[in-house]
Design a binder for this molecule. Structure first.
Ligand code: F6R
Length: 240
């Protein structure tokens, strides 16, 4: 595992975007595993800028980590909407080359379809990951075993509270999601993780300095042969 401690969140996001852009430049048909969330917004902003400056994503295929159950693709808080708004609508990836689990179908069927798609699409070249306050990766919450499949999950109260900020007042945060499983995530050729800000400090130190354990799914990242974690002073100050 390679840990890159950057001075601030913006520098860390820029460095993550640069690694993705370099991969796409050298391997134009790469399969990218993508993540959503507040942390990733500046990463996509950098990638959109790289595209405007000439980087083509035309042959790239993308697979996202997760989607809320119960939200149709055009709901403003769906991860379909997030990806369109921050990235997919602004680059040249053909629609049919981007995949996100469906949140508006039968949950079990949606998870099964997505697992089958991931098998077909073959190994992910680079999987982008954020880390939850409670140490989750994708929506693999604490308690998830290392070999968990792509499946329907119940979101923890902590995760629902953390994501409350994206939802309108009075609207409830979904209680279930379809998530790529830990087994699938760890099968990517490389993992690129970004965790910044003081709210992530505890999760990051549990992931890196605590035991490798289902209590902190992000600790599984240490078992991957090619994982880089970018962090900033606020999240990484107490790492050994
Ligand atoms: C997003 C995802 C989540 C987030 C994590 C951090 O697709 O799977 O694991 O990466 O919850 O979210 P933010 O960046 O909003 O703190």
């Amino acid at each position: 595992l390679t840990l890159k401690l950057m001075p601030d969140a913006e520098t860390a996001a820029a460095a993550v975007a640069r690694q993705i852009a370099e991969l796409v430049a050298t391997r134009p048909d790469a399969v990218l595993g993508l993540a959503t969330g507040g942390t990733m917004e500046p990463v996509y902003a950098h990638l959109v800028r790289a595209h405007r400056e000439g980087l083509s994503f035309a042959r790239v295929r993308t697979v996202n980590l997760d989607e809320y159950m119960g939200l149709p693709p055009d709901h403003p808080n769906s991860y379909h909407s997030y990806m369109a708004r921050h990235f997919l609508d602004h680059v040249d990836i053909p629609h049919e080359q981007s995949f996100i689990p469906r949140g508006d179908q039968n949950a079990e069927a949606s998870a099964r379809d997505y697992a089958a798609l991931l098998d077909r699409i073959g190994p992910v070249d680079l999987q982008l990951l954020g880390v939850g306050h409670n140490g989750h990766i994708a929506f693999n919450e604490p308690g998830t075993s290392i070999d968990a499949p792509t499946r329907v999950v119940r979101l923890s109260d902590e995760t629902r509270r953390a994501n409350r900020r994206f939802f309108a007042e009075g609207e409830s945060v979904p209680s279930e999601a379809v998530t790529m499983g830990t087994a699938q995530i760890l099968s990517a050729r490389s993992l690129l993780t970004l965790a910044v800000g003081e709210a992530k400090a505890a999760a990051l130190s549990a992931a890196l300095d605590g035991p490798v354990s289902p209590d902190c799914p992000a600790s599984y990242l240490r078992l991957h042969h090619s994982c880089t974690i970018f962090t900033d002073e606020a999240a990484g100050f107490n790492l050994r």
